[in-house]
Design a protein around this ligand. Structure first.
Ligand code: ADP
Ligand code: MG
Length: 343
């Protein structure tokens, strides 16, 4: 047996990266969530070769103070929580202080940032190496840019799992769409290989919100969806549920948010499936964009590193509320002819 030794920070970060950094889309998710947490109103994403060669996220948020820049790349370093109690009611998208450390350990990362009270911007660079990041002056308006180049350049085993450029880009675009539905008050712009692919302007009123839903879900969705807005027992559910006639062969138009965080939750999926049970053919999947607002102290979002899962304190109550609300919403479209076999 060899002796026990501590892993180098770089290797520790690369191992941890396995949990959150699977592909360019997961990098995009972490960077965009950071931008949203910083109070950005506009986020620009620039991508080359599906995000494998380059993924750049630029925001107009709070920025990071020069002294904090090296810390931003360190593991377990966060400005979002301080004590365990803070986790109980966390509203920011991030809080684990791991994303930038993980991403920078498997890519060539440059972080440029400027706060409102600084007279200039500062930049740190890493190359997946164990070095003290260098902080140097740079030009940048108030806000932050993170540039991630050559993802997995130093971890060939991970690189092998990347798919074709188009597949990676599709995943990445889906991440942006999910976040764009979570935050109508923020503009999202995406360029791929020099071409504008998505341009979602800040959507303040109801009309522009609907326009954004149409851009993300396709114009047919809203024409064939029922609006929902219910508040009961401290729970609020709003959004749109697709009519059974607008069901899909894949579960690819299903957006469910808990307090602004998109989740893929078994309990939620079950409640929705039950509500649609008698109006959908076997093998068809409902479509929906739904937002659940609930006391943050009654949900645990720290279940999984990517935070796709949540745990409700009173899961029965949440389930019944969702099922009841959706079942009632679909009541009008529940005549016999919906369940009859097609001619
Ligand atoms: P977390 O988001 O869990 O705190 P990250 O590794 O994603 O951890 O980011 C570390 C810290 O860097 C954040 O807590 C935040 O203070 C700062 N940060 C990262 N990205 C941005 C950004 N776009 N704007 C402002 N601050 C940022
Ligand atoms: Mg983060």
């Amino acid at each position: 047996m060899s002796r026990i030794h501590l892993l180098s920070p770089r290797l520790a970060n690369q191992i941890a990266a396995g949990e959150v950094v699977e592909r360019p889309a997961s990098v995009a998710k972490e960077l965009l969530e950071n931008s949203l947490d910083s109070g950005a109103r506009r986020i620009d994403v620039e991508v080359e070769q599906g995000g494998i060669k380059l993924l750049k996220v630029r925001d107009d948020g709070s920025g990071i103070a020069a002294d904090d820049l090296p810390l931003a790349l360190a593991r377990h370093a966060t400005s979002k929580i301080r004590e365990l109690e803070d986790l109980e009611a966390v509203l920011s998208m991030g809080f684990r202080g791991e994303a930038l450390a993980s991403i920078s350990s498997v890519s060539r990362l440059t972080l440029t940032s400027r706060t409102a009270d600084a007279d200039q911007a500062w930049q740190v660079e890493t190359e997946g190496r164990d070095m003290e990041p260098r902080v140097q002056p740079a030009a940048h308006p108030v806000g932050t840019s993170v540039e991630v180049r050559d993802l997995f350049f130093n971890t060939p085993a991970r690189r092998k799992f990347l798919r074709a450029e188009k597949t990676e880009f599709d995943h990445l675009q889906e991440v942006i769409k999910r976040l764009a539905l979570a935050r109508f008050d923020v503009g999202f712009h995406l360029r791929h290989n020099g071409k504008t692919v998505l341009s979602l302007h800040e959507a303040g009123d109801e009309i522009s919100r609907a326009r954004r839903v149409a851009s993300v879900c396709g114009p047919a969705f809203l024409e064939q969806a029922l609006p929902i807005e219910i508040e009961r027992g401290g729970l609020r559910l709003w959004g749109w549920v697709g009519l059974p006639t607008f069901s899909r062969s894949q579960a690819d138009l299903q957006y469910f948010y808990v307090n602004g965080r998109m989740v893929r939750d078994k309990l939620v999926a079950h409640a929705v499936r039950q509500a649609y049970r008698d109006v959908l053919f076997n093998g068809r999947h409902p479509t929906f964009v739904l937002f659940l607002e609930i006391d943050p102290a009654t949900v645990d979002v720290n279940v999984h590193p990517t935070k796709h899962e949540v745990r409700f304190r009173d899961s029965r109550m949440v389930h019944d509320f969702l099922y009841g609300t959706l079942h009632r919403a679909l009541a009008d479209v529940r005549p016999e002819d919906q369940v009859a076999a097609p001619a």
